[in-house]
Design a protein around this ligand. Structure first.
Ligand code: FE2
Length: 577
């Protein structure tokens, strides 16, 4: 049985294909059309899913969309009626959504096939149920607390659920305009980070600040009985209904979220190209602090209502790895399973798996135990990309390749590491990564000057052999998808200085042999040479979506100052080029 899951006309459009309950392939459209956070129709992603499954569209049995414009309609109408200015917007969105509801016609049209030959049944699943499904149906547990939170989706910003067997049973929803995601976005915008997806950057700025504004910012969020409410005086626009606009080219534009009240309290908003002042850092600190307070408050309530220690979580805010790292000490939850594609691309997997298990009542299968669900490329295709790019290279067997790359990393070279299937979700996890020495003082500056050009305050991440995690970090819960930040042990900070953030933390990826044998071996060889079971891992890209194809990798290698590129069995170095 073939189920195609999609997220369409929403940020991070994507597709996933599930065959007899197993996720065969999943990809965000941005990796294929190269438009970051593309929010249009995922035509290329759907085609890639079908190609990977060796199927044609007429063989698909079900299509599941992680969006249901009819969900929570009563609340939407109530909100619009109580805010006359919101009414035209609601009507416009209703009309647009009606036009987009005919999935059969949309897909047939995009893939240029006859809609009459398509047998699939359509399913529309509410946004946050799809988020929770994307975590719960992939986790190893028969029973878990389900949690999803983000800016908004289908008029909801937060959902709590009790997940058991095949079912996700909703316990509570927080409706717009109350949204923890919008709160975060609002403060990020105020301090000059105005692009969709900038929130993750500002998380790195927070520890540079101090506790100057926590009390004042806390006034924006009222916590009560396991719920929260925003003080709307501080906000202009909120949520996907009017806080965010999908432009005709599929890019996302954020409306101004903060109101004049913020300006009265904190002064002029920071100009995006202006200097980052102490005020901005302190606001970032307070924002992260308040966010965590609300998050833990909600999780404690969820635990009270479910009584389990296992948490299955997704939604864009679940990418807040700093908060995730602290939840073990601030809530009774002891185990987390967070969907690696916690943002909206993950809806494709959630909608497909929910259809399989809950709608069609098929039994749970094995858990999702790695995130390598994207495309891979044959050796001839990779070799052709190197030749076409005019790059000199050598072909090496596995052992010598690992030795050569580990040697390069050990001597301080920056190496592109392109292997196997591309990662699903926003993090590079050792298949589309740039790897470097984690213990060289200047490595962060070298990476930024030569390739990444990231903001000075953003840390780079460590990939660590799973069995060494507790020697280096103060917490041993695995972080296979780079979704937890933990303190680095004092004795190890010098050894990891290039990945040790200003607050002595690291957003680690725990690497096990079962999840990625080749990457695991690379780190082991590096450890043999240096004594450090860790490499610095940053995504393989330069201000663009992470590279997907060998051609994009070769192109990135040529245009940046990367020292070497290990792509499949081939090794190219700048000194030979
Ligand atoms: Fe979402």
């Amino acid at each position: 049985m073939l189920i195609l899951g999609i997220n369409m006309f929403h940020a991070d459009a994507s597709a996933a294909i599930v065959q007899d309950g197993e996720i065969v392939f999943a990809i965000a459209e941005e990796r294929l059309n190269r438009i970051k956070h593309f929010g249009g129709f995922p035509r290329l992603a759907i085609q890639a899913c079908l190609d990977a499954a060796g199927a044609t569209l007429d063989e698909v049995d079900h299509v599941a969309v992680g969006q249901d414009s009819d969900a929570n309609l009563r609340r939407k109408v109530q909100y619009a009626l109580s805010n006359a200015s919101k009414l035209p917007n609601l009507l416009r969105l209703r009309q647009r959504k009606e036009n987009l509801r005919d999935v059969r016609a949309l897909i047939a049209n995009a893939l240029e096939v006859d809609p009459h030959g398509l047998k699939f049944r359509e399913h529309h699943l509410e946004h946050h149920i799809a988020h929770i499904a994307s975590a719960y149906y992939c986790c190893p547990w028969e029973k878990a607390a389900g949690f999803s939170y983000d800016g908004s989706g289908d008029f909801v910003s937060t959902m709590m659920a009790k997940c058991e067997g095949k079912e996700v049973q909703i316990l509570d929803r927080v409706f717009l305009p109350d949204s923890l995601g919008s709160f975060y976005t609002m403060v990020c915008e105020f301090i000059g980070y105005k692009k969709y997806g900038d929130e993750g950057k500002v998380m790195g700025l927070a520890p540079y600040g101090g506790d100057t504004y926590c009390e004042r910012l806390r006034e924006i969020i009222n916590l009560k009985n396991g719920r929260f409410q925003l003080d709307l005086k501080y906000f202009e626009a909120l949520g996907s209904n009017d806080g965010m606009k999908l432009l005709p080219d599929g890019t996302i534009e954020l409306a101004r979220h903060f109101s004049e009240r913020m300006v009265e309290l904190f002064g002029a908003p920071r100009d995006p190209v202006g200097e980052i002042t102490r005020r901005d850092m302190d606001l970032a600190y307070a924002m992260q602090h308040c966010f965590e307070e609300v998050f833990f408050h909600l999780l404690n309530e969820l635990h009270r209502r479910t009584g389990v220690e296992e948490l299955a979580m997704a939604g864009g805010c679940a990418l807040n790895s700093v908060a995730n790292g602290k939840l073990f000490s601030r809530t009774p939850f002891r185990h987390t399973w967070i969907q690696p594609a916690a943002g909206d691309e993950g809806l494709a997997i959630g909608a497909a798996l929910h259809t399989y298990h809950s709608v069609l009542q098929q039994p749970r299968r094995e858990q999702m135990n790695h995130a390598y669900l994207g495309p891979e490329f044959s050796e001839p295709r990779i070799e052709q990309a190197l030749k076409s790019g005019g790059v000199a290279y050598r072909r090496l067997e596995r052992g010598p390749l690992l030795e050569a790359v580990a040697d390069q990393i050990a001597r301080g070279d920056v190496t592109g590491w392109f292997q196997g299937r591309m990662e699903w979700g926003p993090r590079a996890l050792g298949n589309r990564s740039i790897v470097a020495h984690p213990g060289l003082r200047n490595m962060k500056d070298v990476l930024n000057a030569r390739i990444k050009r990231r903001e000075w305050f953003r840390p780079f991440a460590p990939s660590i052999l799973a069995e060494h995690q507790s020697e280096y970090f103060e917490h041993d819960h695995p972080s296979p998808y780079m979704l937890h930040v933990y303190k680095i042990r004092a004795a190890k900070r010098a050894q990891l200085c290039a990945v040790n953030h200003v607050d002595d933390t690291g957003r680690l990826q725990s690497v096990s042999r079962e999840q990625n044998a080749l990457y695991y071996e690379l780190i082991r060889v590096f450890q043999r040479k240096t004594g450090i079971p860790v490499v610095l891992n940053t995504s393989f890209n330069e201000n663009e979506p992470i590279v997907c194809t060998p051609e994009e990798a070769v192109d990135c290698f040529r245009r940046t100052h990367m020292d070497a590129l290990a792509i499949g069995p081939f090794l190219a170095t700048k000194s030979e080029n």
